[in-house]
Design a binder for this molecule. Structure first.
Ligand code: FE
Length: 356
């Protein structure tokens, strides 16, 4: 019955659903109530985020609603595969992961369902959620240029496009093309410039690599500070982590570099998201929607973004002081779904350009 009622009430508000459900299923009230307690008392959240502070964040939801949050943590691709293989028997209600490219993959795999929520639609900017409601951005991350202050004057920096200019020969540090952040960045360029120009850009960029790609975004910043190249491409929070580190050598690395938001004179810097969607066939659909709505509330947004030095999606929420120091920037106003849609072609272009 739970399944039938869910299907009938799809698209109605939570309160209306509860009201109609109560009256319509009155004759079966006892068993339905028992079932509600059994299935509505907990939600299963499959999360690719692993921050200690997230525990406090989720317990806030339990305090507010009485619904327990059971977290299953793993790498994003493993979680997507697990939900897929669990099929219609999956206990998963919510999937949380980073990068719109991955959320797109989850959507393509058919493991997310579209939801309508007035709260989510009004709080999350339109370009940071999937138009049909398959997933919603919860925090923003910006792909920035980190430069060696001893070698580069920020006046010399301008755009992602300019990084393919021969003047930066052997200066660029960036991780492998197997990384989703770079696939999404390339996918965003593809949306603006088309395949031919994007491939030219990728070839020029590869020509300018200081070394064959290795390591994560932190490794690029470290290599930049060590003089291996002079410009690293990284998500902003990797620098914030080094600034906030309790290790003196990390802070020394951060001291040597500056942060630059590219494309401020045209479309804005590349913005990606950490986001979440309700799993197709979620046993606790209404509770899952409430959970996502909770995650965009002012207090939760502050905690969510602070945990990893990210930018909240909700406006008016305070930033971490370190992130605030980075200053104001203009972000690209393209729908994050585009990165996913362009992912396969972006990968082929990176491949052809010799970006390993
Ligand atoms: Fe990251």
């Amino acid at each position: 019955m739970e399944k039938v009622s869910r299907r009938i009430f799809l698209g109605m508000g939570a309160a209306a659903t509860a009201y109609v459900a109560h009256h319509l299923w009155n004759q079966d009230a006892e068993s339905s109530y028992a079932q509600q307690r059994q299935t509505g008392g907990v939600i299963n959240v499959y999360s690719a985020r692993h921050y200690d502070t997230d525990k406090a964040l989720y317990s806030g939801f339990t305090q507010q609603t009485g619904i327990r949050v059971n977290i299953i943590e793993a790498e994003a691709d493993a979680l997507i595969e697990r939900i897929r293989s669990e099929g219609s028997r999956t206990p998963a209600d919510v999937l949380i992961t980073v990068d719109a490219g991955r959320l797109w993959r989850a959507q393509e795999a058919g493991i997310l369902q579209p939801i309508q929520s007035r709260v989510l639609n009004s709080v999350v900017p339109a370009n940071l959620r999937e138009p049909q409601g398959h997933w919603f951005g919860l925090s923003r991350r910006v792909r920035v240029l980190i430069y060696d202050k001893a070698k580069v004057n920020p006046n010399q920096l301008s755009t992602y496009e300019d990084l393919a200019n021969p003047k930066w020969r052997r200066q660029i540090l960036i991780r492998s093309s197997s990384n989703i952040y770079n696939q999404s960045l390339t996918g965003s360029l593809l949306a603006i410039h088309g395949a031919k120009k994007t491939e030219e850009w990728a070839r020029g960029l590869v020509q300018n690599f200081a070394r064959a790609p290795e390591g994560n975004d932190t490794a690029q910043i470290r290599a930049c500070a060590a003089g291996v190249g002079s410009i690293a491409i990284a998500n902003h929070y990797y620098l914030a982590r080094l600034i906030a580190s309790d290790k003196a050598e990390d802070r020394a690395v951060a001291e040597k570099v500056g942060l630059f938001f590219p494309n401020q004179r045209d479309r804005g810097a590349h913005v990606n998201i950490c986001g979440a969607g309700v799993v197709a066939g979620a046993p606790n659909r209404q509770a899952a929607i409430r959970f996502l709505e909770y995650l965009v509330s002012p207090k939760a947004q502050e905690m969510f973004a602070m945990a990893n030095f990210e930018y909240p999606v909700r406006s008016g929420v305070p930033l971490h002081p370190i992130v605030q120091q980075f200053g104001n920037f203009r972000g690209q106003n393209v729908n994050a779904a585009v990165f996913g849609r362009n992912n396969a072609e972006a990968l082929r272009i990176m491949d052809r350009a010799g970006w390993r």
